[in-house]
Design a protein around this ligand. Structure first.
Ligand code: BG6
Length: 492
């Protein structure tokens, strides 16, 4: 590492982006790299080689991304001079990923640069992971400084995920594999760790003796749109729970790691995944709710139901909503319910973690609400990052009558700057070779090991999704699930 180089700037790199004309590249990856370029965090000797099937040369590709990428960069953050510098880094290569010829051309482009960080970013259908890995290996393009980054879905179940991981392991060492869960790149998810492990305040309270229940909600206002074909084969359990929701759960509940070293953190994460109480058979049926959205309306107009989507079969039983009551079998968490829910076409886009603390054991005060909702920590990840702590205070003027108020921390007010998109941090970490925010093979495996029996139980017991009106917070059964324990989903 160059001693004169600030730590937040990468070393020289070649970032080879397979699927360079795809939606993710245009909407997220190229804008993310552009932003890091603007912040002068990409080394001057850093190249971005976009690879795709389309017949174009670099000049035409640049023209194409002027149209397709700039529209995803908010105009207040677009600087023409920086963009002009950014596109200097870009080259385009037309390549049929299944035949060796193109890889030889790629080899020529990369040759003589074996020492620089070489990233193969696979923003392609999972069926192409294997052929691409095999071909880059066959073409001799893997050096010690090579890393491969993969987008989810990593399999449909434990067996198929293992198959993909075996294929990767044939050509890459685990230290070279970066499995992406973009939620881990979100600032707030990292702030969750900062909150827990950068403050002495919370740790003594972060356990079953003080916490009564935890709720994690990832609600989306959009439906499946044009992704119906893919989504119908996937469903919310695989699309959101196996990865994003479980990652939030794990970061929230893991033991403090000994250091910020990537394996120190991932070793703690895997312990939680393995400690999740298995949900099998009728237990799985009783602890989960499947839902599917029906036609509904938002302020800006009506939306059709899932089954009315042209890309979805008329009789589909795929879930667009899931709610789960989970438990972690450990000394810290035994008996604390973790309620998870996620869905498409819910009331609004919202990702939120609610930590409900125990009630006071003996109250000397009266409260307007009978201490019905005790102290509560509300960590909001989206749309705006904030942390709110609900405490009781004595209302001015009233004798001994307490009422709840919120201590509010809105990150926008504190930092007053653009919030990074998740892929900025992730792309930087891949180039730098920092695996902390990426899923290790055993993590993916443990997550599927918990998910598979739920799906199995739904199949065996013929659990069909319950309808919910688009624009609401899911089926009534999700409320019934949580109210069995005398609890209710948090509402702002
Ligand atoms: C993706 C899912 O992983 O995450 C999508 O495949 C979902 O279905 C998306 O819409 C949500 O991500 P975010 O960052 O918008 O919350």
């Amino acid at each position: 590492m160059n001693k004169d180089k600030p730590a937040d700037i990468t070393n020289p790199f070649d970032f080879v982006l397979f699927g360079g004309t795809g939606d993710l590249s245009l909407r997220k990856l190229l804008p993310a790299l552009y932003f890091r370029h603007c912040e002068a965090q990409l080394h001057g000797d850093g190249r971005i080689i976009c690879v795709a099937r389309r017949d174009m040369n670099t000049e035409q590709f640049i023209e194409f991304i002027q149209q397709e990428v700039i529209q995803h960069i908010p105009s207040e953050h677009f600087k023409q001079a920086s963009w002009d510098g950014f596109i200097e880094r870009i080259q385009y290569l037309q390549l049929d990923v299944t035949t060796l010829d193109g890889y030889n051309v790629l080899g020529e482009m990369l040759s003589g640069r074996e020492q620089v960080a070489r990233v193969f970013y696979l923003s392609v259908a999972p069926s192409l992971f294997e052929p691409i890995c095999a071909k880059v290996s066959e073409a001799g393009l893997i050096s010690k400084s090579t890393r491969v980054a993969l987008e989810k879905p990593l399999g449909r179940d434990r067996a198929s995920a293992n198959e993909i991981n075996d294929q990767l392991a044939r050509v890459f060492d685990e230290s070279q594999i970066f499995r992406i869960d973009h939620y881990l790149g979100k600032e707030t998810v990292q702030n969750l760790m900062a909150l827990r492990f950068g403050n002495a305040l919370f740790e003594p309270l972060w356990r079953r003796e003080h916490i009564s229940d935890v709720q994690i909600t990832i609600a989306e206002s959009l439906g499946v749109g044009t992704r119906g074909g893919f989504y119908d084969q996937t469903g919310a359990l695989r699309d959101m729970v196996q990865n994003h929701l479980l990652q939030l759960l794990v970061i929230l509940s893991m033991e403090p790691p000994a250091s910020s070293d990537s394996d120190a953190i991932r070793d703690e994460k895997i312990k939680v995944l393995r400690a999740l109480k298995p949900l099998v058979g009728l237990d799985a049926v009783e602890s989960t709710v499947r839902g599917q959205y029906k036609a509904g309306a938002y302020a800006d107009g009506p939306v059709p139901g899932y089954l009315e989507n042209e890309t979805v079969p008329d009789d589909s039983n795929t879930e667009t909503f899931v709610a789960i009551r989970a438990e972690i079998e450990s000394w810290r968490w035994a008996g604390v319910p973790f309620y998870l829910r996620t869905g498409k076409h819910m009331e609004s886009k919202l990702t939120e973690i609610i930590i409900n603390f125990q009630k006071v054991p003996h109250s000397i005060y009266e409260t307007a609400d009978g201490f019905s909702t005790p102290n509560q920590l509300v960590i909001r990840l989206q749309p705006q990052e904030s942390i709110r702590m609900r405490v009781y205070v004595k209302a001015w003027g009233d004798d001994n009558q307490l009422q709840p108020v919120h201590l509010n921390l809105d990150f926008n007010d504190v930092f007053k700057k653009r919030q990074m998109i998740a892929y900025e941090r992730l792309c930087m970490d891949i180039i730098k070779g920092n695996q902390t925010l990426f899923m290790r093979r055993d993590e993916v495996d443990a997550a599927w090991a918990w998910i598979d029996p739920i799906r199995e139980a739904w199949k065996t017991h013929n659990v069909v999704p319950k309808g919910y009106t688009a624009g609401t917070m899911g089926p009534a059964a999700a409320n019934a699930l949580i109210s069995r324990e005398g609890l209710k989903w948090y509402e702002d």
